[in-house]
Design a protein around this ligand. Sequence first.
Ligand code: MN
Length: 400
Amino acid sequence: MTRLTWGSATDIGMVRESNQDSLLVASPLFAVADGMGGHQGGEVASATALEILGASFEGATTVDDLMEAVRRANAKVWDKAQLDEDLRGMGTTLTAIAKVKFGEGDEETFAIVNVGDSRTYQLRDDEFSQLTTDHSFVEEMIRAGEISPEEAETHPKRNIVTRALGVEPTVDADVITVDPRPGDRLLLCSDGLTREVGDDQIAAVLRRLRSPDEAAHELVAMAKANGGHDNITIVIVDVEEGKDAIVPAPAAEKKDDKKKDRARGRHVKQPRTLTFRMVLFILALILLIGAVPASVVWYARSVFYVGVEGQSLVIYRGRPQPVMFFKPTITERTNVTVNDVLPSAIPPLQQGVTRSSLKDAHHYIENLTSQADAAAQAAAPAPPPTTQVPTTTRGTRNAR
Ligand code: MN
């Protein structure tokens, strides 16, 4: 088993107005991307690619997982470019390494993915070698024997990449595997380093500075000192004896969420039995459950109405139209009959005349009888003037 330590640095350089490089450090996954495309395109492409790569690979354990993450990153950059006029044509290089499971047992390997002309190097046993192959115009000419590596360094088309991520719906990415050996040092970098600093000088820094972070910053400083014509981005990963704090889940097992979390070295969150917020929520729910019927009862029972039962006027508590299952109840049977009120008052009484209180219901009945009395007096002019019949004589009694 091996464990990984790492360091990184990125810099705009001495000439460029923006840094279109991006880097990803999400052990066991590391990546450098060098974006290209006008306006904001380059920045968006490299940042998007690494964002999706990282998110897609989270909890993953195999080479296939890494390749799937690369496909998703490509698709996202492509989709974004299609949706936005300003981003059309954007793309990015990608060099990425991930320590993944290999075979059935505990074996592990580095999967190294490359598209474009960013590079991954390895320093092993003092030997410095480039693990990736550039996808560039000059690289193809070198391989075809048309120019020498030295000529390539000054070739006018040395900036042209022949493959990039996000410029087509699908991507053709190289992938190789390298066994991790304690003492190995891996370097991922954008061309802003390799155009300014020769391989021998890079190797010398990697040998001299033990701290990966220090080495990364030293390499950036050297590239800038040599002109810094491009953005410079460095990730250095050291392989050490031991075991990662982050233990990848067994590749053969199905990846459920818990295993994913374990793979990332996170604690699986246990559902807590009863939190303060849950208690508050339950209390609120109980109140709500109680409040609904309570308010219905209040609504149904908060008023009185005067109606007719047989010949008598009756005061009910409730509403003439029953609310849900709350039927009105008789509060008082009065000794006032339909004969004591004007005929015109009877139809509303049969419907039920609602009043907001028992007192108002009494007043209503008193008014009805007063009106009837007044009408009777008007019809029979003979009787001597008399005081109004006190309503108390028509008093009511409780119905119980
Ligand atoms: Mn570049």
